[in-house]
Ligand binder design. Structure first.
Ligand code: NDP
Ligand code: ZN
Length: 181
């Protein structure tokens, strides 16, 4: 049996999962099979909770929602209204500013990584772990070896700025990085 607080946490997690699934419903990943996009936020939540034992409800919900503002028409205000200020703030901390060029967004991720909250750092670590796994196992078909390598190196540059936050998650990142193509 779960107690009342645990019941509420589970309900919030399923609300975030259902919200994210609705928002990403027409999107696909870039792998050859064009997998449903929602597999990616679910993978982050699984890495955090099952592999790194991080089961904080705000972190897991932020992981499930982390690409909704970047990739769908979801707004910060909408997330704040439904999930509260703290979750919406974490999501915004891991959301790129799309008014900037792609090269600048890449650079800004490296520059900002050290200055985001601890909770956002954990979500960012899980995101990079999942994306490196995707690049290693099921990359976008048109990506050259050089591009896959560049993606690995850029991800490491981002993560190197935020180390010292969670040994287990960082070890998982290093294990995945060791599979650099
Ligand atoms: P993109 O931003 O175009 O794509 C990577 C993003 O796509 C990921 O961060 C992930 O974002 C999402 N994604 C969806 N499906 C997959 C999948 N199956 N595998 C991996 N990612 C997926 O790539 P980048 O601009 O980041 O390019 C990677 C590197 O390559 C950069 O360092 C860039 O400099 C370099 N580059 C090289 C080129 C070349 O031809 N050599 C051309 C362009 C860039 P999310 O977490 O949001 O889902
Ligand atoms: Zn992501």
């Amino acid at each position: 049996m779960v107690n009342r607080a645990e019941q509420q946490h589970l309900a919030t997690i399923f609300k975030a999962l259902a919200f994210s699934a609705r928002k990403h419903r027409d999107q696909r990943r870039k792998d050859p099979a064009a997998s449903p996009y929602i597999n990616h936020p679910i993978a982050l939540a699984e890495v955090l909770s099952c592999e790194a034992d991080i089961i904080d409800v705000e972190i897991v919900c932020s992981a499930l929602l982390h690409d909704t503002v970047e990739d769908t028409e979801t707004t910060q205000a909408e997330l704040a209204q439904i999930f509260g200020e703290r979750i919406s703030r974490i999501v915004m901390e891991v959301t790129d500013d799309f008014s900037q060029s792609k090269a600048k967004r890449k650079r800004l991720q490296i520059e900002h990584a050290a200055h985001i909250s601890d909770q956002a750092k954990l979500v960012k670590l899980a995101d990079k772990i999942c994306n490196l796994r995707d690049v290693a196992e099921c990359p976008p078909p048109e990506w050259s070896l050089q591009r896959r390598r560049e993606y690995f190196d850029w991800a490491k540059q981002v993560i190197d700025q935020l180390r010292g936050i969670d040994k287990k998650l960082e070890a998982i990142f290093d294990e995945v990085y060791a599979r650099r193509p």
